[in-house]
Design a protein around this ligand. Structure first.
Ligand code: HH2
Length: 280
């Protein structure tokens, strides 16, 4: 079942069509676009381009979470992203902030961000308090361990059941803190402490996560399992494989697709979505 609405501060999304969240990494070291948009002026231009190509949300991040990435201090993270967040927000873009740090989340909401995307799944109580004190939408993600070590031989009994139960528990904690269910989106965290086979299993059985009743976000774009399938080491050449993953995820019930290649994904999803509507 796809839920009808996602409330994100000044933006309310009706989820009868897929939403595209464009990725904007203001970092020197992200796995696929590290360094391209480290300069805030270039980052702003990229954000505007993604909106023009049809992204309803721009997800701004200032810390790479690729396996083995170096951690940055919250102050450094904020200095990278705040100018970009506030400039895009002034242009009325729906900005999401990809952060695990409560002080960064709070300052970015203050600067106009409408979504907090916490890849550590709101494990930190202080993160829950930040979102409880505002109207932002939230993305709750499953991640096994920490970014630095998460890909060291992850094992599960049943990956889908464990991810689903974790997301249900974390979403419950948010609701218990007073956050309305219409503000919550869940994400099984493709590549976050998962092998290629785990990722495929999660996508294959996405319906079991959709059945929780929260809208589901999938961020598969350019990730390693796509490179493995395509035998493509060059992350920038995984665009069409990523479009395939987005369409397959949408077909299995995902409502929000987090992607690098916005224009291509928007086109593919427009067609997939028109076909899905005709079916009903
Ligand atoms: N993946 C990445 C970062 N943030 N957020 C959500 N909700 N879901 C994801 O799958 C997800 C995410 C990693 O991708 P990217 O931002 O391209 O790279 P990096 O972490 O190296 O900046």
């Amino acid at each position: 079942m796809r839920s009808a609405i996602w409330r994100c501060g000044a933006s309310t999304f009706v989820l009868d069509r897929p939403l595209v969240m464009g990725i904007l990494n203001v970092t020197p070291d992200s796995f696929s676009d590290g360094g391209d948009f480290f300069d805030p002026v270039r980052a702003l231009g990229r954000g505007r381009d993604m909106v023009a190509q049809g992204a309803q949300i721009v997800d701004v991040g200032g810390e790479s979470t690729r396996p083995g990435a170096e951690q940055v201090s919250p102050a450094e993270e904020l200095s990278r992203i705040r100018p970009v967040v506030s400039a895009l927000a002034l242009e009325d873009a729906c900005v999401s902030v990809d952060t695990r740090h409560p002080e960064v989340a709070a300052a970015c909401v203050e600067a106009g961000a409408r979504i907090i995307n916490d890849i550590s799944g709101f494990r930190d109580r202080a993160m829950i308090e930040v979102v409880a004190g505002c109207e932002a939408g939230v993305v709750v993600t499953h991640m096994r361990g920490e970014p630095g070590t998460m890909q060291e031989a992850p094992t599960y009994g049943d990956v889908v059941v464990e991810v689903r139960d974790y997301l249900e528990r974390q979403a419950f904690l948010l609701r218990d803190a007073g956050i309305d269910r219409e503000r919550i989106v869940v994400d099984p965290g493709i590549g976050f402490g998962k092998t290629a086979e785990h990722n495929l299993e999660v996508l294959r059985r996405l319906g079991e996560i959709v059945a929780l009743g929260y809208p589901v976000l999938i961020g598969a774009s350019r990730k390693r399992f796509i490179g493995t399938i395509l035998e493509q080491e060059d992350v920038r050449r995984r665009g069409w494989g990523s479009v395939g993953a987005a369409v397959a995820a949408f077909d299995r019930g995902a409502s929000v697709l987090r992607v690098h290649d916005v224009g291509e994904t928007v086109q593919a999803l427009a067609v997939a979505s028109a076909i899905a509507r005709k079916k009903r």
